[in-house]
Design a protein around this ligand. Structure first.
Ligand code: MG
Length: 358
């Protein structure tokens, strides 16, 4: 049974009637459940060409003086991570870096952020101060300013200490056209470093590892590494940060948007031994674990060597590696040559792995 929902363009979009369904934690996973929730229930109401592009930020274009075009990148992100503080970071650094990074993925320089805080009654002011100091440090590092904000307080028990929403805007570099839909057959897939660090660090802070891994979250602003890459003249086709849902989900999104196949080489994907050990103990696949300071770059094959050089020169890209290539078929798929030489299909994250990871 379906019902027609109006879209903003006056078109109608048939979606299944699912009013009896309820939100489950898996809807926040960044994987298939979240994708279904958005496409079936949110897009029919908010549908427009900017959202349909399906990138990390919306591309806003304004023509002025009849001939010049101003292109802005605009994004928003809410943060509900628990606990608030974890090895390598905290909710404040995450809230600034998350939005800075999403804005940057269109090939833009982030400039201004807003910050909205939901505070639970009883939260210690000293905790808020620690988070604000961390946000200030991250904003300074990224070269952005927080120019508007909001605070709301809810009764004890109606929220878990503190949630933060950040939104932000940046300006695209001239002549740069980057999107998840721009990967071309023959392109090279580059990753800026090890995967799974953030997810494992947060699990450890929750006391769910059962041992001390020593792993720190990778949460970091990626805008400077992107600036270096674009200024080097490399023909960058896709930029994306593999956050919730992990590297596997991010590459599936790109394969889908560009209608190409990403072919990975498992032996070239960098994973810290302690992250691998934690994943083996918990039965997790590191390909699905969240990262907060890693960058996937898909680049013209002739520019891959230069891109590696530029990225490795940045402190957040020292362990940059080529992890695969783009091929025409099968479109919309991610395949991986495994360590034992077989070829495996890498799927999108389907259920819930780690709730409230960011
Ligand atoms: Mg992103």
């Amino acid at each position: 049974m379906t019902q027609d929902y109006p879209s903003l363009q006056g078109m109608v979009c048939p979606v299944p009637l699912t009013h009896n369904e309820r939100i489950v934690l898996g809807h926040g996973s960044g994987g298939k459940l979240m994708h279904d929730l958005i496409t079936r229930h949110f897009l029919p109401y908010f549908d427009n060409p900017i959202l349909q592009a399906g990138d990390d930020a919306g591309l806003l274009q304004f023509v002025f003086d009849g001939k010049n075009t101003l292109r802005l990148s605009f994004s928003t992100d809410s943060h509900v991570v628990t606990p608030l503080f974890f090895p390598g970071g905290d909710i404040g650094r995450l809230a600034v870096c998350g939005t800075v990074n999403d804005i940057s993925m269109l090939g833009s320089q982030p400039l201004y952020l807003t910050a909205g805080f939901i505070l639970e009654e009883g939260l210690e002011i000293s905790v808020i101060e620690r988070v604000l100091a961390s946000m200030q440090a991250a904003a300074t590092e990224a070269g952005v300013q927080i120019v508007a904000g909001d605070t709301k307080v809810v009764q004890k028990g109606k929220a878990d200490q503190l949630y933060i929403n950040t939104s932000g805007v940046g300006v695209l570099y001239p002549g740069v056209y980057i999107s998840g839909a721009n990967a071309q057959p023959g392109d090279i897939v580059i990753l800026s470093g090890t995967i799974g660090d953030h997810g494992i660090a947060v699990l450890e802070a929750r006391g769910e590892l059962g041992f001390t891994s020593g792993v720190k979250s990778d949460v970091a602003p990626l805008n400077k590494i992107i600036t270096d890459l674009l200024e080097s003249g490399c023909r960058v086709h896709v930029l994306r940060d593999p956050t919730r849902g992990g590297l596997a989900t991010t590459l599936n999104e790109i394969a889908h948007q560009s209608r190409i196949c990403v072919f990975l080489d498992e032996t070239s994907i960098p994973i810290k031994p302690e992250v691998m050990a934690a994943c083996e103990m918990l039965g997790f696949d590191p390909l699905f674990i969240a990262n907060e300071g890693k960058l996937v770059v898909i680049v013209h094959p002739d520019d891959a060597g230069r891109a590696l050089e530029v990225m490795r020169a940045n402190p957040y890209g020292e362990a940059t590696r080529i992890i695969g290539r783009v091929q025409p078929e099968p479109g919309g798929r991610v395949l991986m040559k495994t360590v034992i030489g077989t070829t495996r299909v890498v799927e999108t994250l389907s259920g819930e792995l780690l709730p409230r990871i960011c």
